[in-house]
Design a protein around this ligand. Structure first.
Ligand code: N1C
Length: 251
């Protein structure tokens, strides 16, 4: 009897794990998808799950999400694309209602803050006990952001912005997703300029002369104009508050 109870309880817990995550995913997908589009959220879910289910969670490369990105590609918003590295919170505070970050795309908003993985020999989705960001490179979460960010950057157009952290030694980190993937995907036929905004808190550790920013400039294709601005975080937030309706740039 005990064995049966344990088995049943385990089965219920396990299937709930997949069900809750799946239900949230589909619900969010539907909430974010305009009615008149052809996006089928059940199809998006199966394209998503197919990337990692039944696989060793350290052997999910970015390409595993190729199909997902073709089913649900990010839509570019020219002159309103905002990238960030080490500035996630302030980036979303200032972008709200005006700029488009990766998390404003359907997939980005559905998966932001989530953890997921599969297991060999199982058709479940697990939301705990998954490898951490640096535990192994090809983990489902990291590979998703790598692949989706590549796509998001590849469609960037017009004048784009990146918020970098000027309270760090190396605001442009070559190992970050922005430095290792997004910058390399910008194309000069689509993108006119990139404004790097160095956001500083109380401790200013880097300015526009910083060595790491020279590397950022070097990475940009010749046709893309580079602009750098230093702006204290408090100024960004006040400006945003004062111009909330008009979306005038705060840099
Ligand atoms: O490695 P990063 O920053 O340079 O990545 C940020 C960069 C942004 O421009 C986004 O377009 O890459 C994209 N991106 C996300 O949209 C995203 N949402 C949530 C990258 N990572 C994202 N996350 C989580 O933030 C991710 O799980 C990882 O842990 C961080 C990366 O943050 P970072 O080092 O500040």
């Amino acid at each position: 009897v005990v064995v049966v109870v344990v088995v049943v309880v385990t089965a219920v817990v396990l299937s709930n794990r997949t069900d809750t995550f799946k239900a949230t995913f589909i619900q969010e997908c539907e909430r974010r998808t305009p009615e008149n589009t052809s996006t089928d959220c059940v199809e998006v879910w199966s394209a998503f799950e197919q990337a990692y289910v039944g696989r060793d969670p350290c052997q999910v490369p970015p390409e595993a999400y190729d199909h997902l990105l073709s089913v649900a590609p990010p839509q570019p918003a020219c002159n309103r694309m905002l990238f960030w590295s080490g500035t996630k919170e302030v980036a979303h505070q200032v972008s709200e209602g005006c700029y488009q970050t990766m998390e404003d795309s359907m997939l980005g908003s559905v998966l932001d803050g989530m953890t997921w993985c599969g297991k060999e020999g199982s058709n479940e989705t697990f939301t705990s006990g998954c490898p951490g960001w640096t535990e192994c490179e090809n983990n489902p979460v990291r590979s998703f952001w790598s692949r989706a960010s590549a796509e998001f950057a590849a469609v960037a157009c017009g004048d784009a912005v990146v918020l970098l952290n000027g309270s760090r030694d190396t605001p442009f980190s070559p190992t970050s997703i922005f430095g290792s993937i997004e910058v390399k995907k910008f194309t000069s036929d689509r993108m006119k300029s990139l404004t790097a905004v160095l956001v500083t808190k109380d401790n200013v550790l880097a300015n526009c002369e910083d060595e790491s920013l020279k590397n950022l400039q070097k990475e940009l294709k010749p046709g893309i104009k580079y602009i750098c601005k230093e702006v204290p975080e408090s100024e960004l937030l006040t400006c945003k508050k004062d111009h909330d309706q008009t979306c005038v740039p705060c840099w």
